[in-house]
Design a protein around this ligand. Structure first.
Ligand code: SAH
Length: 257
């Protein structure tokens, strides 16, 4: 197997974390899309409690904070990301109501019915869409919302190469109607679904990575694992350009009933 085809699961988490800490965002998205998803949510005020699960360094969290008044807790597994998150919050003078905490999304410490909104962009795949929706539901008040972006198939059938890539990377990828049905059976009323535009991948996520790849290779010159990781990332970007008619991210917004 060529190195660029090595599975993402084979890489050292420290390398992945070191690389992604250099980027402003760790997944496809944009401030406009965060605001659009937020436009479907109508129960928020200054006393609201919001969680951003798998927040990374907080790109989308800061947008969320600038468009809501409540308190936001960002949750991520990696202390490096949370340190950057908290310093980003301070730079924007949001530290009084935006706090990052190191925790795993499969053992969250929220109280039952504590939250008005659960946010998660490009991160629920770490425990799986269905499992995340089911397990996090108890933390929401009745009438509270969940908004997550998630990898989805756009067509019923796909070319073998991209099907195989995703079956390895995230077998939970599914079509939008199937994801909406999963949301409904997890106990939420599906409120809105929309496709995250192509530009959130190409402009907002992949474009800054051209320079980031070069800088990372320079900094890790001679480190074979780092070189293999960047080759893998470049391969993933090529696959996106080749097969973007078949998959992408969609936002799913649901209300706890
Ligand atoms: N929401 C951010 C980051 C998405 S990348 C953005 O859109 O830019 C996925 C994030 O999930 C990473 O920051 C990663 O560290 C985090 N993550 C992975 N496993 C996790 C876990 N078990 N618990 C909490 N966060 C996790």
């Amino acid at each position: 197997m060529s190195k660029e085809n090595t599975s993402i699961h084979d890489f050292d988490l420290n390398i992945i974390c070191d690389y992604y800490a250099t980027l402003e965002r760790q997944g496809p998205g944009s401030p406009e899309i965060t605001v659009k998803a937020l436009s479907f949510i109508d129960n928020l005020n200054k006393d609201s409690n919001i969680a951003d699960i798998g927040c990374g360094t907080g790109g989308q969290t800061m947008t969320l904070a600038q468009h809501t008044e409540g308190h936001i807790r960002g949750i991520d597994l990696f202390p490096r990301f949370i340190d950057l998150f908290n310093s980003n919050a301070s730079k924007l003078n949001l530290q009084d109501r935006v706090k990052g905490v190191v925790e795993s999304m499969d053992s969250l410490s929220f109280q039952d019915e504590e939250l008005d909104l659960i946010w998660s962009e490009g991160a629920i795949y770490n425990i799986g869409f269905e499992r995340g929706l089911k397990e996090w539901r108890r933390f929401l008040k009745t009438g509270g919302y969940i908004a997550v972006s998630e990898a989805t198939w756009f067509t019923e059938e796909r070319p073998k190469e991209i099907e195989e890539f995703w079956m390895d990377a995230y077998p939970g990828i599914d079509t939008i109607p199937n994801k909406v049905a999963q949301m409904q059976s997890a106990g939420y009323m599906p409120v809105a679904t929309f496709i995250v535009p192509d530009s959130c991948w190409t402009e907002d996520f992949y474009k800054p990575q051209v320079a980031a790849h070069k800088a990372f290779l320079k900094e890790n010159a001679g480190n074979k694992s780092a070189e293999d990781f960047i080759a893998n990332q470049r391969h993933e970007i090529q696959l996106y350009h080749k097969y973007k008619a078949y998959y992408g991210y969609a936002f799913f917004i649901g209300k706890k009933i």
